[in-house]
Design a protein around this ligand. Structure first.
Ligand SMILES: Cc1cc2nc3c(=O)[nH]c(=O)nc-3n(C[C@H](O)[C@H](O)[C@H](O)COP(=O)(O)OP(=O)(O)OC[C@H]3O[C@@H](n4cnc5c(N)ncnc54)[C@H](O)[C@@H]3O)c2cc1C
Length: 438
């Protein structure tokens, strides 16, 4: 397909956010008599799902300590539930299990779930958690777990299939998705708005707005838009922390074991919820070697060909080479031992699973903001940035909110993620989780 010379709306990136924005924007334009999907072009340098969305573990959950994240996630889960078949969404639920240090966080999250009408069950106390888990999985044997938050909504979706589902929806309403087109820069007008988007195949003049949804390539676009690489961050207490890097990279470690997926089932043979387990109980391999006696955590889900999941991500020192994505992944050599030992620690059925671990196309690099939360905001008068700080495969509903903003509405769900929060100190509260995305 030929690159148009002009388009009212130009979306960069055909991942979960770019496609969701384009699809929902088409609906907003039509509903208001302002246009249709034909007014939107999506530019993608590789193919839809080539970025983080196509590699994500696919977990959809609302285990967020931050009120704004929790409220936004509720809206996102509604989008997943709205068309589970096309989004390849499996509403199996999600369980967060943690040690004493996380109890209060989980209690607060549960209270908020109750307030916003998100269905979950909270269990507190080591004995009660153990009984609750054994009722679901008779061979549950994790130690040191005193709190369990069982979300009855949420679950997971199949990554590439859900991107393909969104692509079909967007194209179905007339959006043009152009693949193999690399955006190389922007031409600015005197008021700082973007006049045209430069690509390796020519320029596109922008009629109305540009949306950038570049996933891990966030820093590249941040620079191209002339935004500051380092920023001062005001803490909620009023202190000014100077000269923080706006973007850092973390390496997400994920893997899988090639077992019959039905090995991982609930007591009654049903599909299991996604499990996230954090504990400070000693972690030892099946043959008795100590891996750690400090806080550790894993998550895992039933996948098509086995069980897939991950552990805490690793900070990447300095810059990363993102292309080709995600072949640059640099997983800790001890990851497979740790993850398999942890599976076995959780459920007796996984004892001896280490030989079934396989190196699959799992794991990858994510770009994180200065406070590890998304920036969803206009960063130039006509440029909206969807930079999710690697939270966001699950955030399929962000595009629906962005679409409203693009046609002039205020989104109270996106407002807490504005860039200005770093200067004003209106930051999100921090939980006791060791993960940068909880
Ligand atoms: C290993 C891993 C596991 C994850 N697991 C989960 C999970 O279980 N649940 C969850 O909610 N989140 C998860 N995430 C985070 C989630 O995947 C991302 O936050 C989300 O997919 C980002 O979506 P996106 O649309 O912004 O970016 P992407 O999906 O990365 O899409 C960006 C697109 O932009 C294109 N692009 C980049 N530069 C250019 C350019 N110059 N010109 C044109 N196109 C360009 C890329 O090719 C890419 O297709 C995970 C992330 C990783 C890395």
């Amino acid at each position: 397909m030929l690159l148009p010379t002009a388009s009212p709306y130009v979306v960069v990136g055909a991942g979960i956010h770019g496609l969701s924005t384009a699809y929902h924007l088409a609906g907003e334009l039509k509903a208001r008599g302002l246009g249709s999907g034909a007014d939107i072009v999506v530019l993608e340098k590789a193919r839809p799902g080539a970025g983080a969305s196509g590699i994500a573990c696919g977990v959809v959950r609302n285990n967020y300590f931050q009120p704004a994240m929790s409220e936004l996630m509720q809206a996102c889960v509604q989008v997943w539930e709205s068309d589970a078949a096309v989004y390849h969404y499996n509403p199996v639920g999600y369980m967060a299990l943690g040690p004493t240090v996380q109890e209060q966080d989980l209690i607060e999250i549960h209270e908020r779930h109750e307030r916003i009408g998100y269905r979950s069950t909270l269990v507190i106390g080591e004995g009660d958690v153990d009984a609750y888990m054994k009722n679901l999985f008779p061979d549950w044997r994790a130690q040191g777990v005193t709190a369990c938050l069982h979300e009855h909504q949420g679950g997971f979706a199949f990554n590439q299939e859900s991107v393909d589902g969104l692509l079909g929806k967007a194209e179905g309403v007339g959006v043009q998705v152009l693949t193999g087109v690399t955006v190389t820069g922007f031409d600015f007008a005197s008021d700082d708005s973007v006049r045209s988007v430069a690509t390796d195949q020519g320029r596109i003049e922008v009629g109305e707005q540009v949306v950038v949804a570049p996933g891990p390539w966030a820093k590249e676009f941040w620079q191209a838009l002339g935004l500051p690489e380092r920023i001062d961050v005001r803490t909620p207490g009023g202190e000014l922390v100077r000269d923080r890097p706006m973007w850092t990279y973390w390496n997400l470690q994920e893997g899988e074991i090639a077992v019959d997926p039905t090995l991982f089932a609930t007591r009654d043979g049903g599909p299991p919820p996604v499990i996230h387990l954090d504990t400070d109980a000693p972690l030892v391999t099946d043959d008795g070697s100590l891996i750690t006696d400090e806080l550790w955590g894993i998550y895992f889900k039933r996948d098509r060909h086995g069980v897939q999941g991950g552990a805490s991500p690793l900070v990447v020192d300095g810059e990363v080479e993102l292309d080709p994505y995600p072949s640059t992944t640099n997983v800790d050599p001890g990851f497979a031992d740790m993850w398999c030992a942890a599976l076995s620690h959780a459920l007796g059925r996984f004892e001896g699973c280490r030989p079934t671990y396989r190196n699959a196309r799992s794991g990858g690099v994510g770009a994180f903001t200065a406070d590890n939360f998304p920036v969803f905001d206009h960063v130039r008068p006509n440029v909206y940035a969807v930079l999710d700080s690697n939270h966001g495969y699950k955030m399929i509903g962000v595009g629906r909110e962005v679409a409203k903003v693009l046609v002039g509405e205020h989104s109270s769900l996106l407002y807490p993620f504005r860039f200005e929060r770093f200067a004003s100190g209106d930051l999100h509260p921090v939980s006791h989780s060791p993960y940068p995305w909880s």
